[in-house]
Design a protein around this ligand. Structure first.
Ligand SMILES: Nc1ncnc2c1ncn2[C@@H]1O[C@H](COP(=O)(O)OP(=O)(O)O)[C@@H](O)[C@H]1O
Ligand SMILES: [Mg+2]
Length: 251
C-alpha cells in the first residue's frame, strides 16, 4: 500500500533521511518508535505530501511522489499525486488540528463536501455514523472548545475517515492527552486496525505498539536502526541503541 524507496531528505545542510526504505503492506500496522527529533513526524508528513524531499520515491496505492533533487519543489510533476494521496491517506496529528469555528459534525463534513463533492445531506448522515463509531454520538453539535482532548482527537479521526482513506497515518495521536483519555483514543485506533485499515503510527505507547502492530521500526537520527515484528523488537532487540531506547519505557 505504501512503498518508500531510497528516501532522502535534508533541512538546509542538515541531512535527515539517507536512502530510507520502508514498505507498509495493505492491512498491516507499522509502529514507528524512536526518540524525539528522530524524524517520525517528518516521515509521516513526507508520505502525505506535506513535506518535500530531495531523493527517492514514495508510492501510495500507486500514486507516486518523487524527490525534487536539489532544485526545489517540482510542483508540476508532484502536485497531481499530492492531491490524490491526500484524498486517500488520512492523517491525525498530535494537536488535533480541528477547525475551531466548526462543530464536530461540520469538521467531519467539510472535506467530503468541498473536496469530494458529496451532497450535504449525505455527508451529514455519513458523519453522524462516523461520530457514532468513535463514540461521540452525543457531541455532534459541540465545538472543539467544548470537547476534551480525547474527544477532539476522536473527532479528528472521524474527520480523516470521512474521506474513505486507503491508509491512516497517526502522528503521536495520544501524546498531548491526559492519561485518562489515552485509552479511549487507542481503543478507536485498535478498532480501525481490526477492521483492516492500513496504518502507520508514530507513538510512545509501547504496550499499544507491542500488542497492535504487525511491524515495529525503530528510527534514530533519520535512520531505521532496527525493524521487525513486535515480539522481536520488544523482547530481544538486536541493536544496542534499540535496547537503550526501550529501557526508558520499562515499567
Ligand atoms: N521545518 C524544519 N526545519 C528544520 N529542521 C526541521 C524542521 N522540521 C523538523 N526538523 C528537524 O528534523 C528532525 C526530525 O524532526 P521530527 O520529524 O519532528 O522528529 P520526531 O517527530 O521524531 O520528533 C529534527 O532534528 C528536527 O529539528
Ligand atoms: Mg514528532
Amino acid at each position: 500500500m505504501i512503498n518508500i524507496c531510497n528516501l532522502s531528505k535534508h533541512y538546509g545542510n542538515q541531512p535527515l533521511f539517507r536512502q530510507l526504505n520502508l514498505d507498509v503492506v495493505k492491512g498491516s500496522v507499522v509502529a514507528v518508535i524512536g526518540p524525539s527529533g528522530s524524524g517520525k513526524s517528518t516521515l509521516l508528513r513526507c508520505i502525505n505530501g506535506l513535506e518535500i524531499f530531495q531523493g527517492g520515491c514514495i508510492s501510495v496505492n500507486g500514486q507516486k511522489l518523487f524527490g525534487d533533487g536539489e532544485q526545489g519543489y517540482h510542483k508540476t510533476s508532484n502536485s497531481h499525486a499530492v492531491k490524490n494521496i491526500r484524498k486517500k491517506v488520512g492523517m491525525v496529528f498530535q494537536q488535533f488540528n480541528l477547525f475551531p469555528h466548526l462543530t464536530a459534525l461540520q469538521n467531519v463534513t467539510v472535506a467530503p463536501i468541498s473536496v469530494l463533492g458529496v451532497e450535504k445531506a449525505e455527508a451529514e448522515s455519513q458523519a453522524i455514523s462516523l461520530l457514532k463509531k468513535v463514540q461521540l454520538d452525543g457531541k455532534v453539535k459541540s465545538y472543539p472548545g467544548q470537547l476534551s482532548g480525547g474527544e477532539q482527537q476522536r473527532v479528528a479521526i472521524a474527520r480523516a475517515l470521512a474521506m474513505k482513506p486507503d491508509a491512516m497515518l497517526f502522528d503521536e495521536p495520544t501524546s498531548s492527552l491526559d492519561p485518562e483519555m489515552i485509552d479511549e483514543v487507542l481503543a478507536v485506533i485498535r478498532n480501525l486496525v481490526s477492521e483492516g485499515m492500513t496504518t502507520l503510527i508514530a507513538t510512545h505507547e509501547m504496550d499499544f505498539a507491542r500488542n497492535v502492530s504487525s511491524q515495529v521500526i525503530f528510527i534514530e537520527k533519520g535512520e531505521i536502526i532496527e525493524r521487525g515484528n513486535p515480539q522481536e523488537i520488544f523482547s530481544s532487540p538486536a541493536n544496542s541503541r534499540t535496547k537503550a531506547f526501550l529501557s526508558n519505557f520499562v515499567k
